[in-house]
Design a protein around this ligand. Structure first.
Ligand code: CTP
Length: 400
């Protein structure tokens, strides 16, 4: 199950020199409220924005700022070794660059290099700096090494400018800490996830597709890997794949079917988050159809229902999870699909509701199970919804 609190967890909270440093105070307070032991580390730059006393008063121990400290000669190794997680909020371009380059030039960078704990960085800076290729390459390097990046949000920045670069909300940062510390309750479990809308060619340049972004499927894959699963992600979406996931990039329903069939028999859990096309052109032209040839008649045929086929020939022990994108009668339609496709769980969302489903970063779902399980998940980031789905998968498997 996902964590309900952070009791007994040791968190190093790194604060660097950006205007958003004041928000680190709120992050510290929320982490302490959840029961965590928070050890704050401030850089010299951070001290220009907030007082040490503020953080020391709220955290579980006084702020540390120096690598060279006579009473405590090796503060970075102690901090690094004892941490369950290190969070840097805000993380400046300097911190990100130094960390990516493996340079230790203050207590915080030394601690980051002296740890094997998961690291979460929460960048905050002006849009021009955030978008600079040097910063983006450093971020990509850190991501490749398994560092979790809580992306900055778009909004008002220091000086009144608008753009991406504002530190993520303290609740988002705390949610990321919770997720990172979630126990490995899917260790040894093989999970296959499909994501994105399939694209069915009309000719060599045109396709029939749908509005699915693939974000929810990618979030499920990321959450499953965090929880210790071995994960294959069959996706049409041009999104970064979580580190450690086997990624199979596909376009069409037929390609998705081949990739799925090759993996389904060895899987313990299949989660069909993809929006698979229901119809495809009977024929697709190998070259681009010319406008001068007149309006083409595109004859459609049904695609195979990948989920229903898996349900019909369900390997013993497989937990099969489908999705249902609905615009009306959510629960009735979802329950019908659950039964009709012989599923174990179905994740239904009302895609006509505000901020729900396709393209959004948030979702709100109703999870139904064949054994009468029913869980409503309120509007939340897709990462949190992904964990809620996996909570249901874990509970369903445990009840068998
Ligand atoms: N699905 C699939 N293959 C298809 C169509 C859908 O595997 N050809 C899967 C989707 O991945 C999703 C589930 O079926 O997990 C539900 O898809 P949806 O389109 O909502 O269901 P349909 O069976 O198409 O029902 P309806 O058209 O009545 O909404």
């Amino acid at each position: 199950m996902a964590l309900a609190d952070l009791k007994g967890k040791r968190i190093v909270l790194g604060v660097t020199g950006g205007i958003a440093a004041y928000k680190a105070v709120e992050v510290c307070r929320q982490l302490c409220d959840l029961g965590a032991h928070v050890s704050p580390v401030m850089t010299e730059g951070a001290k220009k924005f907030i007082g040490e006393t503020t953080l020391s008063a709220l955290a579980s121990e006084p702020v540390q700022t120096k690598l060279w400290n006579a009473e405590n000669p090796i503060p970075h190794t102690k901090l690094g070794q004892q941490a369950d997680v290190i969070v840097v909020a805000p993380a400046t371009a300097r911190l990100i660059g130094t960390y990516a380059a493996g340079i230790s030039n203050d207590l915080l960078t030394a601690t980051l290099l002296a740890t094997r704990a998961p690291v979460i960085i929460c960048p905050a800076m002006h849009t021009e700096m955030w978008e600079h290729p040097a910063v983006q390459e450093n971020i990509a390097t850190l991501r490749r090494r398994g560092v979790i990046v809580v992306e900055p949000e778009a909004g008002r920045l220091a000086g009144g400018d608008l753009g991406q670069g504002r530190l993520a909300a303290p609740t988002t940062i705390v949610a990321s800490v919770m997720e990172t510390l979630t126990p490995a309750d899917l260790a040894g479990v093989k999970v296959v996830v499909t994501a994105g809308g399939t694209r069915e060619p009309i000719d060599s340049v045109r396709v029939i597709s749908n509005r699915s972004s693939g974000k929810q499927g990618h979030a499920v894959a990321a959450a499953a890997i965090q929880r210790g699963a071995s994960v294959s992600l069959i996706t049409t979406a041009d999104l970064p794949a979580p580190v450690g996931v086997e990624v199979v990039r596909v376009e069409t329903t037929a390609q998705m079917q081949d990739a799925l069939n090759a993996r389904a028999s060895a899987a313990d859990v299949v989660i069909m988050a993809a929006a698979v096309a229901d119809f495809r052109p009977v024929q697709s032209a190998e070259t681009k159809l010319k406008k001068s040839a007149g309006i083409p008649k595109v004859e459609l045929e049904p695609t195979p229902d990948l989920l229903a086929e898996l349900g019909r020939n369900k390997p013993t022990g497989l937990t099969l999870v489908g999705f249902a994108a609905e615009t009306e009668n959510l629960e009735v339609n979802a329950a019908d699909k659950l039964a009709r496709k012989n599923l174990d769980l179905i994740v239904a969302n009302d895609v006509s509701a505000p901020n729900v489903g396709f393209t959004y970063d948030t979702n709100s779902v109703l999870i139904l199970g064949r054994n009468g399980e029913r869980k409503a998940v309120e509007l939340a980031p897709k990462a949190s919804v992904a964990h809620a789905i996996l909570d249901s998968v874990v509970a369903h498997r445990a009840a068998r």
